[in-house]
Design a protein around this ligand. Sequence first.
Ligand SMILES: Nc1ncnc2c1ncn2[C@@H]1O[C@H](COP(=O)(O)OP(=O)(O)O)[C@@H](O)[C@H]1O
Ligand SMILES: [Mg+2]
Length: 285
Amino acid sequence: MFANSELEKVKQLQSAYRRRKKAVVEDAWIDETFLDIDILQFFNRVTKLEATEKQKELLIALSNLDDSTLRKIIISAGRQTGKSLCCAVAAVYLTIKHKLPLLIASAKDNYIYGHIVKIFSDNPELSHYVVTQGVSEIVPKEGYKLKNGSELILLTSTEKGLRGASGRIMFLDEAELMDEQTIITALGNLSGDIKLILLGTPSSKHSKFNDILKDPKKFGFNLFTWSETECSWQKDLDDKKRLMTEDQWKREVLGQLSEPDQRLLWDSEIIDRCIRNRWRDIRWY
Ligand SMILES: Nc1ncnc2c1ncn2[C@@H]1O[C@H](COP(=O)(O)OP(=O)(O)O)[C@@H](O)[C@H]1O
Ligand SMILES: [Mg+2]
């Protein structure tokens, strides 16, 4: 039997041991190798895929927070060509490397965040960066916070959802489906250092995404574009060629505006101006 004082000593030793064990675990959270690699190595490591040349160019531009000419980026490419995946990798990379708020909105299911969830679950060593893990996945379904102070916030892709939202980087996925006002609001949020990335596939209907794609320079955007035909993982292209109209092929596979769209498209700005001018001309009796 221990005397009371000895028992106390054992208890103290036990709790010191527990504290030390916890500290060791907490201190070991950073996997330094993630902080030393560049975005191309990071893409390779977390996806186990080899990026295409066009994807590499995009990844480098996405990870560059210093070059002010890369603040506005538009990505237009065929379907399933890795647009959302590249943005997901860039989002994780940037939040690990820098302390920043990063915002993502998608017109449909948030595929960027879907890829992010998978990146964390395929690379459990990343879990040490996460403040509070999710219930079924390493990152919670509504966005994540990292121990370095970074935060990834998911927003709804409406004018209201984006109004006043402030972050250092904003991704708008499936941007061709977003209301014109939503994109204008996102552009309006741009101040100082903010980086805005629009990604999508040209739409058959009028959209602000198409407007910008028609003349990216005019809107101050850098265009990154590639086609499904450059993506070795894309199969059934012969079937698609047979089934699609020429315009569909151009938009959906090549990621380019089709000829009629290009001819028919009016800049929203011009449409607005026409309506405003007509309105002024109307005389009320
Ligand atoms: N470099 C690559 N090598 C191999 N497969 C890739 C590559 N990039 C993307 N993919 C595949 O394409 C799929 C679709 O990517 P995603 O980014 O969701 O497409 P989208 O262009 O429609 O946003 C990925 O889940 C992945 O399987
Ligand atoms: Mg996508």
